[in-house]
Design a protein around this ligand. Sequence first.
Ligand SMILES: CC(C)(COP(=O)(O)OP(=O)(O)OC[C@H]1O[C@@H](n2cnc3c(N)ncnc32)[C@H](O)[C@@H]1OP(=O)(O)O)[C@@H](O)C(=O)NCCC(=O)NCCS
Length: 201
Amino acid sequence: MSRHRPAARMSIDRPFALRLAAPGDAAALEDLIALSTRVLQAPYYSREQIEGALGSVFAVDRQLIADGTYFVAQSGTTLAGCGGWSRRKTLFGGDAGRDAADDTLLDPSRDAARIRAFFVHPECARRGIGAAILDACERAAAKTGFTELELVATLAGVPLYARGGFRATESFDITLANGLPMPVVRMRKSIAQTAVATAGG
Ligand SMILES: CC(C)(COP(=O)(O)OP(=O)(O)OC[C@H]1O[C@@H](n2cnc3c(N)ncnc32)[C@H](O)[C@@H]1OP(=O)(O)O)[C@@H](O)C(=O)NCCC(=O)NCCS
């Protein structure tokens, strides 16, 4: 897959490459998700909320990896970021405690594809990695025939998706495993015009 070197960001010291995640990435992805969440969500959520979400709301979804719809951004040997899209009903969360009905396949002619589980390494934040993965997801979903995208964003994720053309449709709370509420935002975007000629993934 293509290499990205954002011209406007002079602080980037190494390029990163996007590739599809493999089952063997799962352990490193769990580490990345925990690190990303604990550092980059600290301005938005309490420590108790973050710890209550890790392992369930913020965790690896192996179904996405199996479906070939989850990307990792790799910089050297470091996983610099991850994120994906889904043709299944689930909107957020890892493997733990998910009902099989949540994995129902969506109908591209009627349903919105999901954007899922974006996490960037804190040392690689604001270097265009999230935006590059989002673009790859959008193109892959369009290539599969979807014309709408939907996601549930953390408060930390809202600026990335708003910049990518998503609009907020609903704010609500997820109830975490420890009983605390976590405010999140449902967002949506039409990709009916997205060109698929160069779609990857
Ligand atoms: C949200 C997240 C994935 C963004 O990844 P990123 O690689 O840093 O984002 P990008 O560099 O591609 O940002 C693209 C644009 O989005 C917007 N943006 C991203 N993060 C932002 C922030 N913290 N504050 C304001 N705007 C932001 C900006 O417009 C940015 O462009 P700019 O840097 O030229 O101003 C990252 O902050 C993260 O991993 N957060 C913790 C986990 C999380 O909450 N994930 C979202 C799950 S829904």
